[in-house]
Design a protein around this ligand. Structure first.
Ligand code: HEC
Ligand code: HEC
Length: 303
């Protein structure tokens, strides 16, 4: 009986320790979530002419905005894993019911949210991948904001977000991009945008977001932040053993439309967002191809 009492005592002690640890996790993460950022943003030019709006819509498609915020920009639940991870919604970007557009007073407010991950009130956005949008050039960003401002009002349910304990712990361990504003150097204003064309330079510009998963040198490997067992990102360098060495342009372009590789493998759009790249024009695909072809062949997973 004595041993049982000791065991119960131990168990109770462990529970109290776990509860205390959780309190610390919540206090620390809430402090990060409530931090106020002051960031200065570059000036952009917006307009409501139809060429600019069409360009902005295209940028929203090929950068994945419409995938997370919906084609009508009304937003939806992007993570729904209660109670552990929580429930995170992408915002309704329109001026409809529960949309954010009414709080956005200037173009700078939009730029700050998109490039810096910071709301008009200075608080950080959660899980909005602004670090991927630092490289969007001024003309594209101007067109994108013009398009967002022109969106038809869409009504959405109220934003009720919960950030669960697992998301907080993973964030503190550096394994979950909960607060992208913390991952960004807000004073870096370098902002380049090569002339559109079927060139290596423009392909490099378009390939910016691919690097987040395929690696800085595009040789693939583990996708940061994914659970064990998640498919490795493919090697996009021209290596013939593990990369795209044996692909031709027609096969590359067709992969964008179907998600099917030349050897007939169907790639899951949740793992590799090929429906996003499907929106790229032939000319953009060619630029990407020229860029990937210009890379040195590297074995898979070398960065
Ligand atoms: C991986 C999904 C994802 C993608 C891709 C994405 N967003 Fe977001 N975005 C979110 C989430 C989630 C939020 C809500 C953040 C919050 O509530 O703190 C958000 C918030 C925003 C906000 C701020 C809304 C507010 O509450 O003030 C803007 C503006 C925005 N996104 C624009 C864009 C644009 C433009 C793009 C494309 C360049 C884009 N997003 C791509 C997930 C995404
Ligand atoms: C969210 C992460 C992610 C992003 C962003 C991403 N990819 Fe991928 N991609 C993957 C993963 C993971 C695979 C491997 C899928 C598999 O093997 O089932 C893959 C596979 C591919 C393949 C198929 C190659 C093969 O042999 O299987 C091509 C081509 C490709 N990606 C090109 C791109 C390009 C170009 C971009 C940018 C425009 C891009 N990817 C952006 C994760 C991503």
């Amino acid at each position: 009986m004595k041993i049982l009492r000791i065991l119960i005592g131990l168990l109770a002690g462990l529970l109290v320790a776990a509860a205390l640890a959780m309190v610390v996790v919540y206090v620390v993460t809430n402090r990060h979530l409530n931090k106020t950022y002051r960031v200065e943003v570059p000036h952009i030019v917006t307009s409501d002419d139809s060429v600019t709006l069409a360009r902005g819509r295209h940028v929203a498609e090929i950068r994945g905005c419409t995938q997370c915020h919906n084609p009508d920009l009304g937003g939806h639940v992007v993570i729904d894993a209660m109670p552990l991870l929580g429930r995170i919604m992408s915002a309704n970007l329109t001026s409809g019911r529960n949309g954010v557009a009414a709080q956005y007073k200037s173009d700078e407010d939009w730029v700050r949210a998109i490039r810096d991950g910071v709301r008009p009130d200075g608080k950080p956005l959660v899980f909005m991948p602004s670090y991927e949008y630092r490289s969007i050039g001024p003309a594209d960003l101007g067109a994108l904001v013009s398009y967002l401002k022109s969106a038809k009002p869409v009504a959405s349910p109220p934003l009720k977000e919960t950030i669960g304990p697992l998301a907080r712990v993973l964030y503190l361990l550096g394994r979950f991009p909960l607060i992208p504003a913390e991952m960004i150097n807000h004073t870096d204003r370098t902002f380049t945008e090569p002339q559109p064309g079927e060139t290596v330079a423009y392909g490099r510009y378009l390939a910016g977001p691919c690097a987040g998963c395929h690696g800085r040198h595009f040789s693939g490997g583990k996708v940061p932040g994914t659970p064990p067992g998640w498919p490795l990102a493919a090697n996009l360098t021209p290596d013939s053993a593990t990369g795209l060495g044996s692909w031709n342009y027609a096969q590359f372009s067709s992969f964008f439309d179907t998600g099917r590789t030349p050897d007939g493998r169907q790639v899951d759009p949740k793992v590799m967002p090929w429906p996003v790249v499907r929106a790229m024009t032939d000319s953009e695909r060619r630029a990407l191809w020229e860029f990937l072809r210009s890379l040195p062949a590297q074995p898979k997973g070398s960065g």
